[in-house]
Design a protein around this ligand. Structure first.
Ligand SMILES: *[C@@H]1O[C@H](CO)[C@@H](O)[C@H](O)[C@H]1NC(C)=O
Ligand SMILES: *[C@@H]1O[C@H](CO)[C@@H](O)[C@H](O)[C@H]1NC(C)=O
Length: 274
């Protein structure tokens, strides 16, 4: 009988898993690493797993670049979060409208005077995603067939750092042209981390409208379209032009010579004319 009761007790004890010890304060959080989107609310959780003290002292600190500052102190939201957050049961902090400057570590500290283990703390790291703004794009206006060229795209606000995609006549350029029947003959390569679009040898078909898109988990933005023209090297044209220039030069030289000669021989006549 006594044995059966003991077994029942043991089973009950085991089924409860770990019974919160009333010996001390223990904190827990649902997420130690929290991502939030800028201008959206976020709640950092500080759950009290066990405590026997009635009115524990709760404090929150923000740690940025190793420097701690209070954001909840003496039962009030303070510092950077003043008027922008509230404390929620049991010890969570709710930021109404996050900004990029909220990216930091936050430490929840609970002191429970009547507990044997009278202090616990928990560290949460908050990262605020920032949407990219319109990237700055560089597209050369005109290039010659067969030469190399580079198109560039840069965005500095987005967090995490954005990735880049390029569009040609409103069609996304695949990362590797070899994988696409349409672009298989193009010599470009894209670096999605730096935003560079490089052509080893520009073809006629590479001419057109280009724009670039910067994107991260928070969103995307793109620059306005710009035109890149591709010119043939016009060999006949170059020949005719240089030939023409040469012809003009000889004519000029000949006529100068001619008038010079005439001038030399008939200086007298010249003076008479005057
Ligand atoms: C959050 O803050 C930004 C800038 O301070 C503001 O433009 C925006 O309207 C705010 N959003 C909300 C939901 O309050
Ligand atoms: C690519 O080049 C090959 C060989 O010159 C040609 O047959 C093919 O039509 C070209 N493809 C495109 C999409 O221009």
């Amino acid at each position: 009988m006594a044995f059966a009761r003991l077994v029942a007790c043991f089973v009950l004890y085991s089924s409860l898993g770990h019974i919160p010890s009333s010996l001390g304060v223990i904190l827990r959080t649902t997420d130690k690493i929290v991502w939030a989107n800028e201008f959206e609310p976020i709640e950092l959780t500080c759950l009290i797993e066990s405590i026997s003290t009635n009115n524990p002292r709760i404090e929150w600190k923000k740690i940025k670049n190793g420097v701690p500052s209070y954001v909840y102190f003496q039962n009030k939201i303070a510092g950077d979060l003043e008027h922008r957050a509230q404390l929620r049961e049991p010890a969570n902090i709710l930021i109404f409208n996050t900004t990029r400057s909220d990216t930091a570590e936050y430490r929840c500290e609970v002191a429970a005077i009547d507990d044997q283990r009278d202090f616990d703390e928990i560290l949460i790291s908050l990262a605020v995603r920032v949407k990219p703004v319109v990237p700055r794009c560089y597209v050369p206006e005109a290039v010659t067939v067969g030469t190399s060229t580079e198109l560039r795209c840069l965005e500095n606000e987005g967090f995490p750092a954005p990735h880049y995609r390029w569009f040609h006549n409103n069609e996304e350029l695949p990362q590797d042209p070899k994988n696409s029947p349409k672009f298989v003959n193009s010599s470009y390569s894209i670096n999605p981390d730096t935003g560079s679009l490089k052509f080893r040898r520009v073809r006629k078909d590479d001419a057109g409208e280009y724009y670039c898109q910067a994107m991260n988990d928070a969103g995307h933005a793109q620059c306005p379209e710009q035109t890149m023209e591709v010119y043939d090297i016009d060999i006949l044209g170059i020949f005719l032009k240089s030939f023409g220039a040469l012809l003009v030069f000889f004519c000029l030289a000949a006529s100068i010579c001619h008038s010079c000669k005439r001038g030399c021989f008939s200086k007298k006549g010249h003076n008479e004319n005057k």
